[in-house]
Design a binder for this molecule. Structure first.
Ligand code: BEZ
Ligand code: FE
Length: 318
């Protein structure tokens, strides 16, 4: 090798040595974290973050752009808008965390993202009641059962449902304080439930901020496949936060937040105007839809929160 060639090899070796030394220095800085889990998280984060920086050979301009992106995400975030969760959603980080924390358990129903439009304090409705509260959309009869993985019915399970109207907006996106297209009910003695909602339609995730700009730059759509949200909880069972999706929706393969699972795609059967409804409701000559969603809950177990108190599984991200 020429003298110049040897010099280049030496420089490359020295470069690697310096970069690796920095990784080890930062990893070691967490050696004395009091909480062992915090130590594990921060040391692994350091290793993966530095591996990323070194792999892509991040430029200082790119580092600055990333800081500006995160700053913009912070500025648009308030008690109603959470751009960091949205970022986690479009990176698939929310769905990966959900997959890790809702381990496959027999035939238990799969979980998916919570999304930003859940609100506490939804109205209670009786079995067979209507959660639409005037929201625009085709009436949709939803029914099914809640059972354990042993097949036993779960009476008294609390089912919370929420969805967008046919214009693609949740009630909380209007500025008139309405409550519509959300509610909760409890299963009967046989674990059965039924209610009227509206047939889900597609809508975009909030895309007027930095996450929307990122999607546009990447040529990705902000659209979510049509869905109806469920939060199902019962004593002794793992809380299930999920959606059902509409079979045939063309967005199923490109949901912006990777929330679609094959097992959550259901037939929403269309019924022409005039078809008798399951509960005899008079729909004034409108068409309607129906879907059956049988929910299977895994047994409860507990997870540890390294940043504080013990929490039950499914504080749910996303
Ligand atoms: C939603 O389901 O409404 C949603 C989920 C994740 C991000 C944005 C919206
Ligand atoms: Fe949604």
């Amino acid at each position: 090798m020429s003298e110049q060639g040897t010099g280049m090899v030496r420089a490359a070796d020295e470069q690697q040595t310096r970069e690796q030394a920095l990784v080890e220095q930062v990893v070691a800085s967490f050696d004395h974290a009091q909480d062992a889990r915090l130590k594990q998280l921060m040391q692994a984060l350091t290793r993966h973050l530095h591996a990323f920086l070194r792999e892509v050979r991040l430029t200082e301009e790119e580092w600055k752009a990333a800081i500006e992106f995160l700053t913009a995400a912070g500025h648009i975030t308030d008690d109603k808008r959470q751009e960091f969760i949205l970022l986690s959603d479009v990176l698939g980080a929310s769905m990966q965390t959900i997959a890790i924390n809702n381990e496959v358990y027999a035939n238990a129903t799969e979980a998916t993202v919570l999304g930003p439009f859940f609100v506490e304090g939804s109205p209670g409705i009786p079995l067979g009641g209507d959660i639409s509260f005037g929201a625009a959309g085709q009436p949709c009869w939803v029914e099914g059962t809640v059972t354990g993985t042993d097949g036993r019915p779960v009476p008294g399970a609390r089912i919370e449902v929420w969805e967008a109207d046919e214009d693609g907006f949740y009630d909380v996106q209007y500025d008139d304080d309405r409550t519509a297209a959300r509610g909760h009910l409890f299963t009967d003695e046989m674990g059965g439930y039924r209610f009227w909602g509206i047939t889900p339609t597609p809508y975009p995730i909030p895309h007027d901020g930095p996450v929307g700009a990122l999607l546009a730059a990447a040529g990705r759509s902000p659209m979510r496949a049509s869905h109806l949200h469920f939060d199902v909880r019962a004593d002794g069972k793992r809380t299930l936060i999920t959606h059902i999706f509409v079979r045939g929706d063309e967005l199923l393969t490109r949901d912006a937040v990777f929330g679609v699972k094959d097992s959550l795609i259901y037939d929403f059967v269309q019924h022409p105007a005039g078809t008798p409804t399951p509960d005899g409701r008079d729909l004034a000559n409108r068409s309607w839809a129906s879907v059956r969603f049988d929910i299977v809950l895994a047994p409860a177990h507990r997870a540890r929160n390294p940043f504080g108190r013990q929490e039950s599984v499914n504080g749910q991200c996303g």
